[in-house]
Design a protein around this ligand. Structure first.
Ligand SMILES: *Cc1c(COP(=O)(O)O)cnc(C)c1O
Length: 251
Protein backbone atom coordinates (compact mmCIF):
# COMPACT_ATOMS: atom_id res chain seq x y z
CA UNK A 1 0.00 0.00 0.00
CA UNK A 2 1.38 3.41 -0.91
CA UNK A 3 2.14 5.70 2.00
CA UNK A 4 -0.71 8.05 2.74
CA UNK A 5 -3.55 5.85 1.57
CA UNK A 6 -4.45 4.84 5.09
CA UNK A 7 -4.44 8.48 6.13
CA UNK A 8 -6.77 9.47 3.25
CA UNK A 9 -9.13 6.65 4.07
CA UNK A 10 -9.16 7.71 7.70
CA UNK A 11 -9.85 11.33 6.65
CA UNK A 12 -12.87 10.35 4.57
CA UNK A 13 -14.12 8.06 7.32
CA UNK A 14 -13.90 11.06 9.63
CA UNK A 15 -15.90 13.21 7.18
CA UNK A 16 -18.54 10.49 6.99
CA UNK A 17 -18.84 10.23 10.75
CA UNK A 18 -18.95 14.03 11.13
CA UNK A 19 -21.89 14.14 8.71
CA UNK A 20 -23.64 11.26 10.48
CA UNK A 21 -23.21 12.87 13.89
CA UNK A 22 -24.75 16.12 12.72
CA UNK A 23 -27.67 14.31 11.15
CA UNK A 24 -28.29 12.33 14.36
CA UNK A 25 -27.98 15.51 16.44
CA UNK A 26 -30.53 17.22 14.19
CA UNK A 27 -32.97 14.32 14.64
CA UNK A 28 -32.49 14.35 18.39
CA UNK A 29 -32.90 18.12 18.62
CA UNK A 30 -36.08 18.06 16.56
CA UNK A 31 -37.57 15.20 18.61
CA UNK A 32 -36.69 16.98 21.85
CA UNK A 33 -38.29 20.19 20.62
CA UNK A 34 -41.44 18.31 19.62
CA UNK A 35 -41.83 16.67 22.98
CA UNK A 36 -40.76 19.68 25.02
CA UNK A 37 -37.67 18.01 26.38
CA UNK A 38 -34.26 19.48 27.03
CA UNK A 39 -31.36 18.22 24.93
CA UNK A 40 -29.26 17.93 28.05
CA UNK A 41 -31.46 15.04 29.23
CA UNK A 42 -30.23 12.88 26.36
CA UNK A 43 -27.06 10.80 26.31
CA UNK A 44 -26.00 9.50 22.92
CA UNK A 45 -24.34 6.10 23.23
CA UNK A 46 -22.46 5.25 20.03
CA UNK A 47 -22.80 1.50 19.46
CA UNK A 48 -19.51 0.45 17.87
CA UNK A 49 -20.01 -3.31 17.54
CA UNK A 50 -18.35 -4.72 14.40
CA UNK A 51 -16.45 -1.43 14.05
CA UNK A 52 -12.70 -1.05 14.63
CA UNK A 53 -11.10 0.78 17.52
CA UNK A 54 -10.12 3.50 15.03
CA UNK A 55 -13.83 4.41 14.75
CA UNK A 56 -14.01 4.68 18.53
CA UNK A 57 -11.05 7.10 18.38
CA UNK A 58 -12.72 9.17 15.68
CA UNK A 59 -15.94 9.35 17.69
CA UNK A 60 -14.02 10.37 20.80
CA UNK A 61 -12.15 13.08 18.89
CA UNK A 62 -15.55 14.40 17.80
CA UNK A 63 -16.87 14.50 21.34
CA UNK A 64 -18.77 11.23 21.51
CA UNK A 65 -17.27 9.49 24.52
CA UNK A 66 -20.10 7.12 25.44
CA UNK A 67 -19.44 3.87 23.62
CA UNK A 68 -21.68 0.78 23.47
CA UNK A 69 -20.77 -2.83 22.69
CA UNK A 70 -22.80 -6.03 22.81
CA UNK A 71 -20.23 -8.85 22.88
CA UNK A 72 -17.49 -9.15 25.46
CA UNK A 73 -15.14 -10.97 23.05
CA UNK A 74 -15.16 -7.91 20.83
CA UNK A 75 -15.53 -5.22 23.47
CA UNK A 76 -12.72 -6.25 25.81
CA UNK A 77 -9.86 -5.87 23.31
CA UNK A 78 -11.39 -2.67 21.91
CA UNK A 79 -11.71 -1.11 25.36
CA UNK A 80 -8.11 -2.15 26.04
CA UNK A 81 -6.94 -0.58 22.77
CA UNK A 82 -8.67 2.67 23.75
CA UNK A 83 -7.63 2.69 27.40
CA UNK A 84 -5.74 5.98 26.90
CA UNK A 85 -9.03 7.76 26.07
CA UNK A 86 -11.44 8.97 28.71
CA UNK A 87 -14.45 6.94 27.59
CA UNK A 88 -17.57 5.59 29.25
CA UNK A 89 -18.20 2.01 28.10
CA UNK A 90 -21.75 0.70 27.97
CA UNK A 91 -22.41 -3.02 27.70
CA UNK A 92 -25.72 -3.37 25.85
CA UNK A 93 -25.91 -7.04 24.80
CA UNK A 94 -27.11 -10.22 26.45
CA UNK A 95 -24.63 -11.04 29.17
CA UNK A 96 -23.50 -14.47 30.35
CA UNK A 97 -22.38 -14.77 33.95
CA UNK A 98 -19.00 -16.17 32.93
CA UNK A 99 -18.28 -12.89 31.13
CA UNK A 100 -19.05 -10.64 34.09
CA UNK A 101 -15.50 -10.50 35.40
CA UNK A 102 -14.23 -9.28 32.05
CA UNK A 103 -17.13 -6.89 31.41
CA UNK A 104 -16.76 -5.29 34.83
CA UNK A 105 -13.09 -4.58 34.09
CA UNK A 106 -14.02 -1.98 31.44
CA UNK A 107 -17.78 -1.33 31.45
CA UNK A 108 -19.14 1.52 33.51
CA UNK A 109 -22.75 0.79 32.59
CA UNK A 110 -24.61 -2.46 31.84
CA UNK A 111 -27.92 -2.00 30.02
CA UNK A 112 -28.97 -5.65 29.93
CA UNK A 113 -29.54 -6.86 33.50
CA UNK A 114 -32.34 -9.38 33.16
CA UNK A 115 -32.11 -12.06 35.85
CA UNK A 116 -31.31 -12.41 39.56
CA UNK A 117 -28.26 -14.59 38.99
CA UNK A 118 -26.73 -11.89 36.79
CA UNK A 119 -27.29 -9.32 39.55
CA UNK A 120 -25.47 -11.60 42.02
CA UNK A 121 -22.48 -12.23 39.79
CA UNK A 122 -22.17 -8.66 38.50
CA UNK A 123 -22.29 -7.39 42.07
CA UNK A 124 -19.67 -9.86 43.25
CA UNK A 125 -17.33 -9.04 40.37
CA UNK A 126 -17.83 -5.30 40.78
CA UNK A 127 -16.92 -5.49 44.47
CA UNK A 128 -13.95 -7.73 43.71
CA UNK A 129 -12.67 -5.19 41.17
CA UNK A 130 -13.45 -2.25 43.43
CA UNK A 131 -15.77 -0.86 40.76
CA UNK A 132 -19.30 0.51 40.79
CA UNK A 133 -21.40 -0.60 37.83
CA UNK A 134 -24.45 1.38 36.80
CA UNK A 135 -27.26 -1.00 35.78
CA UNK A 136 -30.37 -0.83 33.68
CA UNK A 137 -32.96 -3.58 34.09
CA UNK A 138 -33.82 -4.78 30.61
CA UNK A 139 -37.54 -5.13 29.97
CA UNK A 140 -38.85 -7.56 27.39
CA UNK A 141 -41.49 -5.85 25.26
CA UNK A 142 -42.14 -8.74 22.88
CA UNK A 143 -43.47 -12.20 23.67
CA UNK A 144 -40.57 -14.07 22.07
CA UNK A 145 -37.86 -12.49 24.19
CA UNK A 146 -35.30 -12.85 21.41
CA UNK A 147 -33.12 -10.12 22.83
CA UNK A 148 -33.45 -11.05 26.49
CA UNK A 149 -35.11 -8.95 29.14
CA UNK A 150 -37.57 -9.67 31.92
CA UNK A 151 -41.32 -9.55 31.59
CA UNK A 152 -42.84 -6.34 32.87
CA UNK A 153 -44.21 -8.12 35.97
CA UNK A 154 -40.74 -9.22 37.02
CA UNK A 155 -39.01 -5.86 36.64
CA UNK A 156 -39.68 -4.53 40.13
CA UNK A 157 -38.17 -7.42 42.12
CA UNK A 158 -35.12 -7.31 39.86
CA UNK A 159 -34.79 -3.55 40.31
CA UNK A 160 -35.02 -4.11 44.08
CA UNK A 161 -32.21 -6.67 43.83
CA UNK A 162 -29.94 -4.30 41.88
CA UNK A 163 -30.61 -1.46 44.32
CA UNK A 164 -29.82 -3.74 47.27
CA UNK A 165 -26.52 -5.01 45.83
CA UNK A 166 -23.24 -3.39 46.85
CA UNK A 167 -21.17 -2.53 43.81
CA UNK A 168 -24.21 -1.91 41.62
CA UNK A 169 -26.29 1.24 41.14
CA UNK A 170 -29.77 1.22 39.66
CA UNK A 171 -30.10 3.63 36.72
CA UNK A 172 -33.53 2.64 35.44
CA UNK A 173 -34.94 0.47 32.66
CA UNK A 174 -33.90 -0.45 29.14
CA UNK A 175 -35.72 -2.02 26.21
CA UNK A 176 -35.60 -2.64 22.50
CA UNK A 177 -38.78 -2.14 20.50
CA UNK A 178 -39.97 -5.48 19.12
CA UNK A 179 -39.44 -5.95 15.40
CA UNK A 180 -42.58 -5.35 13.34
CA UNK A 181 -44.23 -3.59 16.26
CA UNK A 182 -45.19 0.04 16.64
CA UNK A 183 -42.30 1.61 18.58
CA UNK A 184 -44.63 4.29 19.93
CA UNK A 185 -46.79 1.67 21.58
CA UNK A 186 -43.78 -0.31 22.81
CA UNK A 187 -42.01 2.69 24.33
CA UNK A 188 -45.17 3.93 26.00
CA UNK A 189 -45.37 0.56 27.77
CA UNK A 190 -41.74 0.97 28.77
CA UNK A 191 -42.50 4.42 30.16
CA UNK A 192 -45.20 2.89 32.39
CA UNK A 193 -42.74 0.33 33.72
CA UNK A 194 -40.19 3.10 34.31
CA UNK A 195 -42.73 5.06 36.34
CA UNK A 196 -43.50 2.03 38.52
CA UNK A 197 -39.80 1.41 39.18
CA UNK A 198 -39.32 5.08 40.08
CA UNK A 199 -42.12 4.84 42.65
CA UNK A 200 -39.89 2.45 44.63
CA UNK A 201 -36.49 3.87 43.60
CA UNK A 202 -36.39 7.60 43.17
CA UNK A 203 -32.85 7.45 41.82
CA UNK A 204 -33.88 5.27 38.86
CA UNK A 205 -34.50 8.18 36.52
CA UNK A 206 -32.88 6.79 33.36
CA UNK A 207 -34.52 5.11 30.38
CA UNK A 208 -32.35 3.41 27.76
CA UNK A 209 -34.42 3.17 24.60
CA UNK A 210 -34.19 4.14 20.97
CA UNK A 211 -31.87 2.98 18.22
CA UNK A 212 -31.20 4.35 14.74
CA UNK A 213 -34.70 3.60 13.44
CA UNK A 214 -36.79 4.68 16.42
CA UNK A 215 -34.94 7.37 18.35
CA UNK A 216 -37.74 9.92 17.81
CA UNK A 217 -40.39 7.66 19.36
CA UNK A 218 -38.05 6.80 22.23
CA UNK A 219 -37.43 10.48 22.98
CA UNK A 220 -41.17 11.16 22.90
CA UNK A 221 -41.60 8.50 25.60
CA UNK A 222 -38.88 9.68 27.92
CA UNK A 223 -35.66 8.00 26.77
CA UNK A 224 -32.52 9.41 28.37
CA UNK A 225 -30.01 7.07 26.70
CA UNK A 226 -30.15 6.45 22.94
CA UNK A 227 -28.12 3.50 21.67
CA UNK A 228 -27.17 4.44 18.12
CA UNK A 229 -25.09 2.32 15.75
CA UNK A 230 -26.08 2.46 12.09
CA UNK A 231 -27.06 6.13 11.97
CA UNK A 232 -23.60 7.11 13.24
CA UNK A 233 -21.35 4.52 11.63
CA UNK A 234 -23.25 3.19 8.62
CA UNK A 235 -24.86 -0.18 7.99
CA UNK A 236 -23.22 -3.23 9.49
CA UNK A 237 -22.37 -6.27 7.39
CA UNK A 238 -25.18 -8.82 7.10
CA UNK A 239 -25.24 -11.20 10.02
CA UNK A 240 -24.15 -8.66 12.62
CA UNK A 241 -27.27 -8.06 14.62
CA UNK A 242 -28.15 -7.50 18.23
CA UNK A 243 -27.13 -10.43 20.36
CA UNK A 244 -24.30 -12.87 20.99
CA UNK A 245 -26.35 -15.61 19.31
CA UNK A 246 -26.77 -13.62 16.10
CA UNK A 247 -23.65 -14.76 14.33
CA UNK A 248 -20.02 -13.71 14.27
CA UNK A 249 -18.94 -10.12 14.24
CA UNK A 250 -16.98 -8.83 11.30
CA UNK A 251 -13.31 -8.75 12.28
C1 LIG B 1 -26.68 -2.90 17.79
C2 LIG B 1 -27.48 -2.41 18.92
C3 LIG B 1 -27.99 -1.11 18.92
C4 LIG B 1 -27.80 -0.12 17.77
O1 LIG B 1 -28.63 -0.46 16.72
P1 LIG B 1 -28.71 0.46 15.39
O2 LIG B 1 -29.99 0.04 14.79
O3 LIG B 1 -27.53 0.10 14.56
O4 LIG B 1 -28.70 1.86 15.83
C5 LIG B 1 -28.71 -0.70 20.03
N1 LIG B 1 -28.93 -1.53 21.08
C6 LIG B 1 -28.46 -2.78 21.12
C7 LIG B 1 -28.75 -3.64 22.29
C8 LIG B 1 -27.72 -3.27 20.04
O5 LIG B 1 -27.26 -4.53 20.07
Amino acid sequence: MAPGIGVDTQASRRDQIVANISSVRRRVARACAESGRDLSEITLVAVTKSRPASDVRLLASLGLTDVGENRDQEAAPKAHACADLDLTWHFVGQLQTNKCRSVVSYADVVHSVDRPRLVDVLGREARRAGRRVVCFVQVRLDSAGDHGGVRSDDVRPLADAVAATDGLALAGVMAMAPQDADPDEAFSRLAEVATKVRADHREATMVSAGMSADMEQAIAHGATHLRIGTALLGARAAGVRYGPTSGPAVP
